[in-house]
Design a protein around this ligand. Structure first.
Ligand code: PLP
Length: 383
C-alpha cells in the first residue's frame, strides 16, 4: 500500500467476500470473523434483509442534504429513541457523534469542564481525542481542547471530581478499546446521582456497546440509569457509515437551527440500513437468543483459560475480552492461521466480537481454534 498513509498496522490478509460470520481472503482462504469489522457487522456480513432495503433505496435517491424534510430520518430517530423523550442528531461516525455531544453539553450548560475516564476511548478528532483517557492516542498532536479532566474508572474518587463547574461526564459502560473493562453498576448509579446533584450531564458512549452488542439494545439498560445523552455509530447500519447523538428533549433548545450540522448526516442509504438493523434487533427472540449464546460462550471461554496464570474473561454479551499472561498478538496470529479472526484491546487483552447472529456451531468451531492457539501454542511457548 504505497499511496496510503501507514497510520494503521494491518494484518497481512485482504478480505474480499463475506456472508454471515464467514469471510474469504484474496487467496481464497476462509475465516470465521469474530471481529465483526470492530463491532460493526452485528448482523453478520452482507445480510440479505439489509441488502434488500439498501438496494431499494439505491434505486430511489441517495442524498438530499439537510435542507429538506426527511421522513426516513424521523422514522429511524423514533426507533432509536424507543418512544423515550429523546431527540437524535445524525452524523457519519462515532467521533462525530461524540463531538456533537461535547458541543451540545457545553452549549446547554454554559460550562466547559468535561470528565471522562482512564483507559477510555472516544475517537480521533480533537474533541473526542481530548476526551480519551489514553496518552498513546494523543501523543504528538500539540495542545488538546482545554477543559477535559480524567477520573479513575470504577473508583469512587471520580465522584469528588464532579462539581458545579462540570458540564458533562462521558463514560463507556464497557470500555472496548481500553481493555474490555466493565463498569460497576453501583458506581455508575452513584455517578448519575452526583451528576443530577451538580447539574452535570451524563453522556454514555454506546458506540461499541450499543445495538445489541452487550445483550440489550443499549448497555445503559442494564445499569438502571437514564443518560442525558448517548452516542451510537459502529453497529447502527451494519457497515454503512453512520453516527448518532441522542439527547433528552430539554437539550433541544441549545441545538437550534444553524448551531451544528453535517453534509452527509442523515444519508439515506445508511438510514435505510439502520432502520432494518433496528427492526431486527428489536425482534424479541433476537436478544434472547444472543444472551443464551453469549452466556454459554463466556462460560466456555472461562473454562478454556482456567489454566493460564493471571487470565480473566471479561465483558458482556458478545463484547468479550480475555486478559492473557502475555501479548495477545501471537494468539491473534495463530488464530488467523487456523481460520479465526479476533482482535486485541491493549497489549495483553484478546477481544472477541462475533456477529450477534453467530451460530452455536460457529462458536464451537471458534472455541476449538482458540483452544489450540491459546492453550497448546501458548502453554508450549511458555515451556
Ligand atoms: C470506535 C469508537 C469510537 C470512534 O468511532 P469512529 O467511528 O471510529 O469515529 C468512539 N467511542 C467508542 C467507544 C468506540 O468504540
Amino acid at each position: 500500500m504505497k499511496n496510503v498513509f501507514p497510520n494503521y498496522k494491518r494484518y497481512p490478509i485482504e478480505l474480499v467476500e463475506g456472508k454471515g460470520t464467514n469471510v474469504k481472503d484474496a487467496q481464497g482462504k476462509t475465516y470465521l470473523d469474530f471481529t465483526s469489522g470492530i463491532a460493526v457487522c452485528n448482523l453478520g456480513h452482507v445480510p440479505d434483509s439489509v441488502k434488500t432495503v439498501v438496494e431499494a433505496q439505491l434505486n430511489k435517491i441517495w442524498h438530499t442534504s439537510n435542507l429538506y424534510e426527511s421522513s426516513l430520518e424521523e422514522e429511524v430517530a423514533a426507533k432509536i429513541a424507543q418512544n423515550e423523550a429523546y431527540q437524535v442528531f445524525f452524523c457519519n461516525s462515532g467521533t462525530e457523534a461524540n463531538e456533537a455531544a461535547i458541543k451540545l453539553a457545553r452549549k446547554y450548560t454554559h460550562k466547559e469542564k468535561i470528565i471522562s475516564f482512564t483507559q477510555s476511548f472516544h475517537g480521533r478528532t480533537f474533541g473526542s481525542m481530548s476526551a480519551t483517557g489514553q496518552s498513546k492516542i494523543k501523543k504528538g498532536f500539540g495542545k488538546l481542547v482545554p477543559g477535559f479532566e480524567f477520573a479513575t474508572f470504577n473508583e469512587n474518587s471520580a465522584l469528588e471530581q464532579i462539581d458545579e463547574d462540570t458540564a458533562a461526564v462521558f463514560i463507556e459502560l464497557v470500555q472496548g478499546e481500553g481493555g474490555v473493562n466493565v463498569a460497576d453498576p453501583t458506581w455508575v448509579q452513584a455517578i448519575q446521582a452526583k451528576c443530577e446533584e451538580t447539574g452535570a450531564l451524563l453522556i454514555v458512549d454506546e458506540i461499541q456497546t450499543g445495538i445489541g452488542r452487550t445483550g440489550t439494545r443499549y448497555a445503559f439498560e442494564q445499569y438502571a440509569i437514564s443518560p442525558d445523552m448517548y452516542t451510537l455509530a459502529k453497529g447502527l447500519a451494519n457497515g454503512f457509515p453512520i453516527g448518532a447523538m441522542i439527547g433528552k428533549n430539554k437539550l433541544a433548545e441549545a441545538f437550534g437551527p444553524g448551531s451544528h450540522g453535517s453534509t452527509f448526516g442523515g444519508n439515506k442509504i445508511a438510514l435505510a440500513a439502520a432502520k432494518q438493523v433496528l427492526t431486527e434487533i428489536d425482534q424479541p427472540a433476537f436478544l434472547e437468543e444472543l444472551n443464551i449464546k453469549a452466556a454459554d460462550f463466556k462460560k466456555q471461554l472461562t473454562a478454556l483459560v482456567k489454566g493460564l496464570p493471571g487470565s480473566e474473561v471479561r465483558g458482556k454479551g458478545f463484547l468479550l475480552g480475555i486478559e492473557l499472561p502475555g501479548p495477545a498478538d501471537e494468539v491473534i496470529a495463530a488464530c488467523r492461521e487456523n481460520g479465526l479472526l479476533v482482535l486485541s484491546a491493549g497489549p495483553n487483552v484478546l477481544r472477541i466480537l462475533p456477529p450477534l447472529t453467530a451460530t452455536e456451531e460457529e462458536i464451537a468451531a471458534a472455541l476449538a481454534i482458540l483452544n489450540d492457539a491459546l492453550l497448546e501454542k501458548w502453554m508450549i511457548q511458555e515451556g
